[in-house]
Ligand binder design. Structure first.
Ligand code: SF4
Ligand code: SF4
Length: 174
């Protein structure tokens, strides 16, 4: 993965983590892991998917894990597949009750619970229901830290990938 984008996403996560409310550092979730199932419908950018893949390769994890994660992400975004709701993210370990890609977990996982459009968007027993800050389309940038930077970096990465694909096709043709 391109080093410049690794630098950008790492820097963004550091900035975001320091801007999140301080209860983020305490374990207020207890035994709950609902937001690590397909019931939570957060999106993940292609930049973050590639960054996670880079992390897995670096740590020597099998590539099948990334394939499982991609399947999980597509299940998570399928609003009509209610039978998939309990499927767990392949990076969550029930035994240790943690996310084993925690340092590189996506933006949406980092902000989950702290920000939502409506309290009802969080699971019924979510401890963050009492702490959540609500946002809407108009105030999103003001309310959610680093949201503008995140959108810009993710968009820039998409352009970069398109450019690489274009160049690749040119070489393939010649
Ligand atoms: S990446 Fe980690 S924090 Fe995010 S859903 Fe998966 S296990 Fe949970
Ligand atoms: S943020 Fe809410 S839904 Fe997610 S693990 Fe914590 S309590 Fe459960």
């Amino acid at each position: 993965m391109n080093r410049f984008f690794i630098y950008l996403i790492k820097r963004l996560y550091i900035k975001l983590d320091s801007a999140l409310p301080s209860h983020e550092s305490k374990n207020i979730c207890g035994n709950c892991y609902k937001c690590c199932t397909a019931a939570a419908r957060q999106k993940v950018s292609s930049l973050e998917e590639d960054y996670i893949n880079h992390f897995l390769k670096e740590k020597g994890f099998p590539s099948s894990l990334m394939e499982e994660y991609e399947k999980f992400l597509s299940l998570r975004l399928n609003l009509y597949n209610s039978s998939a709701r309990d499927i767990l993210c392949p990076f969550y370990t029930k035994e240790k009750k943690n996310c084993f890609i925690y340092p590189v977990r996506p933006y949406s996982c980092r902000i989950y619970g702290n920000y939502a459009i409506a309290v009802e968007d969080l699971p019924e027993k979510c401890a963050y229901r009492k702490l959540v800050s609500l946002y809407n389309e108009k105030n999103l940038i003001k309310v959610i830290p680093c949201s503008e930077d995140y959108a810009s970096i993710a968009a820039l990465y998409k352009v970069y990938i398109k450019y690489l694909t274009f160049i690749g096709r040119l070489f393939y043709k010649s």
